[in-house]
Ligand binder design. Structure first.
Ligand code: SAM
Length: 173
């Protein structure tokens, strides 16, 4: 590719990136203790679909194929100290977990600056972590299996966040 073509494609890419950034809402997903890289990739793909602000990981590891090429466009933050990061960035923490404290998803009004925190795929979220969260939400289930895949559960929660905020004209938020 010659320099003129490179410049053209770089400018196009930047324009697209700026457009995407301008449409993001102030919501994040945190995956503090992922076990399966496919699930992290799937969550990154969903985060891109709904254009949330960022994905917070404890290490920058995910399955590229599962992201369907979206990771390059997403804001991925890596921190070992999630609750310090949450405080510094003025998020309200929302644990996604089946827990005695949890509120059914359809009764919950998300704060606009929510960070949705996911639990471990096998063990779920520790009580200590749930205790640190401002809110706890649960997706009601009726079938034989008692929990959802973490990527599926995150998609449902992000869809609901979006349903609550994307219906409002962005300027009025
Ligand atoms: C497969 S679940 C964890 C294991 C689960 N505690 C169990 O005993 O089968 C993985 C994670 O997905 C999320 N999750 C799954 N189903 C959920 C539901 N119905 N409501 C809220 N979060 C859910 C939670 O973050 C949970 O920690």
């Amino acid at each position: 590719m010659n320099n003129k073509d490179k410049k053209f494609w770089n400018e196009r890419r930047q324009k697209l990136k700026d457009d995407i950034e301008s449409k993001r809402l102030n919501c994040a997903v945190a995956i503090p203790e992922a076990k399966f890289v496919e699930n992290v990739g799937g969550i990154i793909r969903t985060a891109n679909a709904f254009l949330i602000k960022e994905i917070i990981l404890d290490q920058n590891v995910y399955n590229k194929a599962a992201t369907a090429g979206t990771a390059a466009w997403e804001n991925i933050q890596v921190t070992k100290n999630l609750f310090e990061y949450i405080k510094q960035n003025n998020y309200i923490s929302v644990a996604l977990e089946q827990h005695p404290r949890s509120v059914p998803l359809w009764d919950f009004k998300f704060p606009i600056n929510s960070v949705i925190i996911t639990g471990h795929e096998v063990q779920g979220m520790s009580d200590e972590m749930v205790e640190q969260c401002d809110h706890v939400i649960e997706i009601p289930q009726y079938g034989l299996v008692e929990s959802l895949n973490v990527s599926t559960a995150t998609s449902i929660a992000l869809y609901e966040y979006c349903r609550q905020y994307r219906r409002i004209p962005k300027d009025s938020i």
